[in-house]
Design a protein around this ligand. Sequence first.
Ligand SMILES: Cc1ncc(COP(=O)(O)O)c(C=O)c1O
Length: 406
Amino acid sequence: MALQRSALVASGKVYQTHGISRRVAQITISAIKEMPLIASKVGGCVSLGQGIPSFPTPPHIIEAVYRKMREDPDAGKYTLGPGMLELREAVALQLSRQSGRTVDPDKEICITVGAMEALSAAVLTVVDRGDEVILPSPNYASHIEQVLLAEGIPIFVPLLEANWQLDVDEIRRAITPRTKAIIICNPHNPTGANFAESDLRMLADLAIANDLFIICDETYDFLVYDGQSHFSLTTIPELEGRIIATFSFSKKYAMTGWRVGYVYAAEAILDQIMKIHDAVAICAPSLSQHAALAAIEGPQDCVAEIKAALQRRRDLVCERLGQLEDFFDYVKPQGAYYLMARYKLPDVDSMTFALRLLHEARVITIPGAAFGPTGENHIRISFGGAESELNEAFDRIAKWLADTVK
Ligand SMILES: Cc1ncc(COP(=O)(O)O)c(C=O)c1O
């Protein structure tokens, strides 16, 4: 499915590309980031847009960083490139428990500037110009730009819209001799799907049979609802050497602004990823690494509280959307904190619809087209905001629809 790049620039900004590299000229700033920028100029908007959970960073994490800054004169210096050994050890231990394999903190883990740096480095490490990368779609918007930046070709394979699960047969059919990798995000942004273990196992078989890499974005690994479990591709030993998994502290510990995450890969691949990490970041911010260590070693009730609050918000948003069933269809999210709402207005593209909601109803949503061509005719709704904000946003949307769409 083709991707219309020009339709993705929410601000309407026309970029001057003279002298700019082909790699950079062809990518865009994701509409996820553009919509709040536009809203900041419009003023008075409430947000169902960017995935920023409303929670403050837990106090024990902040305290630990204060203490470190007061007591350790080295706290503000660069750490080792792959990150503080103590943090890598803590992360490797956690990942070993989750994946059932022994993860080596020295050779298989690098602490990164959020999952975002980990993902960019992973894609740049394995994708060459002209390589095809399969994206089950709609997909996280930045995965598209990361592939394009590596001069790869995103191949969008639609998810099954009835439940947003993987269509493994379609993925199989999309594989060609140029296919290099599959990027999988589970639990899934933007649909809220929690992919079935049986499908993920079939996907792993496909990767092995066709000699593909799997880049596995586990930013929301902790966040599934209704007592479900999350199946991680890192638990499949046969993927060793072809899986690169990325993780984040952003959502689990309400640390989006601290910019810290990590990447796991077999030594031979991590060695290559490290070259990019060194060239673009040197190391993840050292204070944020201390914060991450306090997060991972401290009490985990904060994670359970965040999860419970988000489940309540999920239910609230579903209830509010249910009241607007003449205007929207959606699939109840099983994980992460997003859903894709298909609007029933004909002949309106998702960018126009989202921009009208922003300017006229003063509600930020993200146009579905930002998540690949299969996202068209949808808006992405994030329920990371406080309940009062979610209610205000839906009050405004309901009023706008009543006033505008007769
Ligand atoms: C699917 C997905 N991957 C990666 C990221 C980036 O995470 P980080 O803040 O750790 O860079 C996000 C952030 O929203 C995300 O939703």
